[in-house]
Design a protein around this ligand. Structure first.
Ligand SMILES: [Zn+2]
Length: 198
């Protein structure tokens, strides 16, 4: 099982500190597997390859273990997205550009890759992000509503494209940073905005 946690300080500090980072203390909670209330124990680290605007390489993640059933929980920093190599901010920038722009995918990517030289997001990857996002519009609406009950969601009768634009705008206009939104989204739904849905 994975959890996403908000880091204190900058991403650069997190990466630099590595295993010496002050990770959250082991949780005392109901185990996701055996369902007993337990104090989880520390259970090492693992490296996760990540591509960020300022860094690409291994990012350290903390692991905790249930003392009764030995199942583990991995703690992923909030700038990472489960199942994806590129960071949350980097993927979000790409999605924002593609979904809000009226230009072609190629034009969007040229613009992105000009600004963020290190990222070098391929056309195939950008298309993949967009496709996943478009498939998750209903999930995204449900979770955004859970996050803020007063939110004004798109009308029922709008096209998928318009719906996607509106949702991107809602997220963009939120006072919270995209990494916090992503963390909260995952905590509420156990999914991400790019989850593979059936
Ligand atoms: Zn357990």
């Amino acid at each position: 099982m994975q959890k996403i946690f908000e880091i204190e300080g900058s991403i650069e500090e997190y990466v630099e500190k590595g295993r010496k980072y002050q990770f959250p203390p082991p949780p005392f909670e109901s185990c996701h597997n055996c369902k007993k209330m337990v104090r989880f124990g520390k259970h090492g680290f693992y490296d996760r390859y990540s591509i960020l605007e300022t860094f690409s390489g291994n990012v350290v993640c903390r692991r905790y273990i249930c003392p009764l059933c030995n199942r583990t929980i991995s703690y992923l920093p909030s700038f990472c997205l489960p199942g994806f190599t590129y960071g949350v901010k980097e993927i979000w920038r790409c999605l924002k550009e593609i979904i809000l722009s009226y230009g072609t995918l190629k034009a969007c990517l040229n613009k992105l890759n000009d600004i963020y030289v290190r990222l070098n997001i391929s056309r195939q990857l950008a298309y993949h992000y967009k496709k996943r996002f478009m498939k998750n519009l209903i999930l995204i609406q449900i979770v955004l509503r859970q996050m803020n009950s007063r939110i004004e969601l798109p009308e029922e009768n709008v096209s998928l494209r318009e719906r996607a634009k509106k949702l991107v705008e809602i997220i963009r206009e939120s006072p919270k940073a995209i990494c916090s939104i992503s963390q909260e989204f995952y905590a509420l739904s156990n999914k991400t905005f790019l989850t593979l849905s059936n």
